[in-house]
Design a protein around this ligand. Structure first.
Ligand SMILES: [Zn+2]
Length: 188
């Protein structure tokens, strides 16, 4: 985060990101959408205070079926993060391997996560992130039927408006990499 701040990057809210993707707004210099997968408790305990220090925006993809187990953010924490400007979006109810499920099970995993986030946080939840990056044709069909606007994979690379909206790329931040290695990925 210090590197991003020192080097003139602008972090985006999800609304700013989608406006840029849809050419409704011009991108700032060096735009970055920070995404956190799974909604681990440390997103609340550690990441939120760090991002607040830099006045950075971020998006967390959470699985509402895991809010009570202590390892993941609970609804009170999700509400606090949302109030602090974080976008909260669905990552399946139970972080499943979606292609291993029936269409009915997949529909429940995706739509129930969307509905719970929308009801608990009073926001729209129409950007998905595939658990493990896994999906099949049924997953894509369901996301279209449920009017999801975008979905993130774990395919590596910079996100562009030329990519299919339900197959967006990202750059993985590996905690085991050196910061130099991460900078090389970011600036490739
Ligand atoms: Zn995940």
């Amino acid at each position: 985060m210090q590197y991003l701040s020192d080097n003139g990057y602008t972090t985006l809210t999800l609304k700013q990101f989608t406006d840029i993707m849809e050419k409704k707004a011009a991108a700032p210099d060096k735009p970055v959408l920070l995404t956190f997968d799974d909604g681990y408790a440390d997103n609340y305990e550690i990441a939120m205070p760090v991002l607040k220090k830099f006045n950075f925006k971020a998006t967390v993809f959470m699985s509402p079926g895991m809010v009570d187990d202590g390892h993941y953010i609970n609804w009170d924490q999700a509400k606090e993060m949302h109030a602090a400007g974080w976008d909260i979006q669905p990552h399946g109810m139970s972080h499943p391997h979606l292609p291993k499920l029936t269409a009915k099970q997949q529909a429940h995993e995706i739509s129930e996560a969307k509905t719970q986030i929308e009801q608990m946080l009073g926001t729209s939840a129409d950007v998905f992130c595939y658990p493990y990056g896994e999906r099949n044709q049924t997953t894509i069909r369901l996301l279209n039927e449920l009017k999801f606007r975008y979905a993130f994979t774990i395919e590596q690379g910079v996100t562009t408006a030329e990519q299919k909206p339900l197959l967006l790329r990202r750059i993985f931040v590996n905690g085991k990499d050196t910061v130099e290695k991460w900078i090389a990925k970011l600036t490739q």
